[in-house]
Ligand binder design. Structure first.
Ligand SMILES: C[S@@+](CC[C@H](N)C(=O)[O-])C[C@H]1O[C@@H](n2cnc3c(N)ncnc32)[C@H](O)[C@@H]1O
Length: 377
């Protein structure tokens, strides 16, 4: 079913504000300009509104537009988009008109791309947000098995192979990970609390990715589409390319299937002496309420008989102004609800741990959807 254009406009405006708020570095201006061009133009909205709501119209439309700009390389529009290893080009006052014209001229192809693909953004930067939540499991010392739910191309499964730099106005600069790592994720620490970082990334005994549609980075077409789903910010673009290379060099076990359907068999395949860390970023927020309840129940059931952590980095649910909870089922602290009401968009970092059958849950912090910043609660 098509989507109401006013809903697409509202979502596009929220996404622009989330990725590129007023205090964002200038390199995020292109991302904001793409979503604002969609929000502000009734012809673009009419095109995007033909996409069913469950396929995330503003995000899918913008990914398809990026894909076409990169494929067709129209001058001078292409020069406003970043190129690997170069500086982010500035966005000038003529961008929105040129972008709008290009999208309208290629409307049919654009919608065909939207029909062929899902929006599948794989943001490796989110590993910087998952890392501090892994600290207790890292300190535990037992073999750690990492299970990434909704893994996409499996970039988070390699989180021990990246280097992390945390810095910020009130924070001491801290680094974690291999000095020579090709992927370096830099995150600003906000707020008054220090982020409790582990001294080193985990030593991973086994890595398993679960996805309803796992993505094969060895396929050039898949890579090009994933690249178009990345916000066109040079940091995100460089990170994606390097992380894709790491994932290609270190293939991990991938399980195709719905998370609720395959989780029990995946857990049954993991030795009892391992500590299991289920991670999910920007996956469970898209689950239907019943599916989310089922997933929580499956985790509870598994946690009764083995030690495990479920670490989630997801927007609050239900999505939008009515949000009350984190996806693990813990009510969101009022500080987060208040921020959300003021229009801030973030991923809430939450963890539920099971040790010897005892359940412990916590909302740990919140963070920018692309790892630009993190704030600890
Ligand atoms: C928005 S992407 C997030 C990818 C990655 N976790 C990240 O943060 O970069 C959501 C991913 O979840 C997968 N997914 C959606 N529903 C799923 C389900 N029911 N079971 C397993 N995977 C699912 C999608 O195929 C997609 O790869």
């Amino acid at each position: 079913m098509p989507t109401d254009p006013s809903v697409v406009a509202e979502q596009a405006g929220m996404i622009a504000a989330a990725w590129s708020p007023a205090d964002a570095p200038a390199s995020w201006a292109l991302t904001a300009a793409q979503f604002e061009a969609l929000r502000d133009d009734c012809e673009l909205l009419a095109l995007a509104a033909t996409i069913p709501a469950d396929r995330l119209p503003p995000l899918l439309f913008t990914a398809a537009a990026t894909f076409l700009v990169l494929e067709r390389s129209p001058a001078p529009l292409r020069n406003r988009f970043p190129r690997l290893g170069e500086l982010q080009p500035p966005v000038d006052g003529r961008f929105k008109d040129a972008y709008r014209r290009f999208c309208l001229d290629h409307g049919d192809r654009l919608l065909a791309l939207c029909a062929e693909h899902r929006y599948q953004m794989n943001e490796v930067g989110r590993c910087a947000e998952l890392l501090p939540a892994l600290a207790p499991a890292i300190a535990d010392g037992r073999p750690l098995v990492l299970v990434d739910i909704g893994t996409g191309a499996g970039l988070a499964l390699q989180l021990d192979r990246y280097r992390y730099v945390f810095d910020g106005p009130g924070a001491r600069k801290s680094t974690v990970g291999e000095e020579r790592a090709s992927v370096v994720i830099e995150t600003e620490v906000r707020g008054s609390r220090a982020v409790p970082l582990p001294p080193a990334p985990p030593r991973i005994a086994e890595r398993i990715g679960i996805d309803i549609e796992p993505l094969d980075l060895g396929d050039g077409g898949v890579r090009d589409w994933l690249y178009a789903c990345i916000p066109q910010e040079i940091g995100a673009v460089n990170r994606f390319h390097r992380a894709a290379q790491v994932a290609l060099e270190h293939p991990a076990r991938m399980v195709r299937g719905d998370a609720c359907a395959v989780l029990p068999e995946v857990l049954a395949s993991i030795p009892d002496d391992a500590i299991v860390c289920l991670i999910d970023s920007y996956v469970h927020v898209f689950f239907e309420p019943e599916e989310l309840r089922r997933f929580r129940a499956l985790v509870d059931e598994a946690g009764a008989s083995r030690d495990l952590d479920w670490i989630s980095l997801d927007p609050l649910v239900p999505m939008g102004d009515a949000a009350t909870d984190t996806v693990i089922g813990v009510p969101a602290p009022s500080a987060l609800l208040e921020r959300q009401r003021r229009g801030a968009v973030f991923g809430a970092l939450a963890r539920v741990s099971y040790r010897g059958g005892e359940r412990l849950e916590a909302v740990l912090g919140f963070a920018h959807p692309g790892a630009a910043w993190i704030e600890w609660l």
